[in-house]
Design a protein around this ligand. Sequence first.
Ligand SMILES: [Zn+2]
Length: 274
Amino acid sequence: MLQQRLKLYRGDDNQREAALKQLFIEAGCSAANLSEQPVPGRNQPNVICLLPGATAATILIGAHFDHATDGDGIADNWSGASLLPGLFQMLASAPRQHTFLFVGFTGEEQGLAGSSFYVKQLTTEQIAHTEAMVNLDTLSLGPTNVWISQSDPRLVNTITATARLMSLPIAGVELNKIGESDEESFIAEKICTLTVHSLTPDNAHVIFHRSDDNPSDIHLPDYFNTFHLLTTYLAALDTLPFPRQHVCTTKVVDETGPYHFRRKRRGLPSPSVP
Ligand SMILES: [Zn+2]
């Protein structure tokens, strides 16, 4: 199932947006709970699937579905976006305390357009209710990694403990000089975030040289492990007693690096290909 969904990366961002919506529908996200949020300046909207819970306390899982113009954009970030409907399905199978939001963000590669617009239209109350934002960007290249300095320590500790209990691999891999993603938009509002990825110095060529982002780099067993870890992790977050209105003031990112997930347009030269 995950493998079939991953194969739908083909096409332009219009096709990817349509594919994501279709996957949410097939996963059981009802018409009343599935919405599109138009984003100024973008041809594609944010795609939002709401999974109501017993309370207004909210956990948001986000992944951008757009991709850079070169390459297939399968790892970055169809791997993350196409996982959202599966995570929805797993969480929908039992009652929840939290309201969950699954958001496919548009325009991450264009200055975090979708996520920054999403955050800007939130009310103060909605921001206060958002207990965690879990960002998935560039999975499937290897085992699950978390960007520790960009994430809330409690969220990191919980996913680490979950991985240990499940005997699944997890590691901290910093991307301070490599990447940034939609979590930035949420950090700006002091919302607690966790960034999950699979990048390492050995596979980062897929985001440095976008044409390398194609199916040959995908490691399905690792991808399945990331999915299983995330399903249990999100279920664990649902039961954790978060302090009400917890505010995160995560890190100051070292932005001296020339490359971001979205490859900032700074006129800097590409690294040489070895
Ligand atoms: Zn990305």
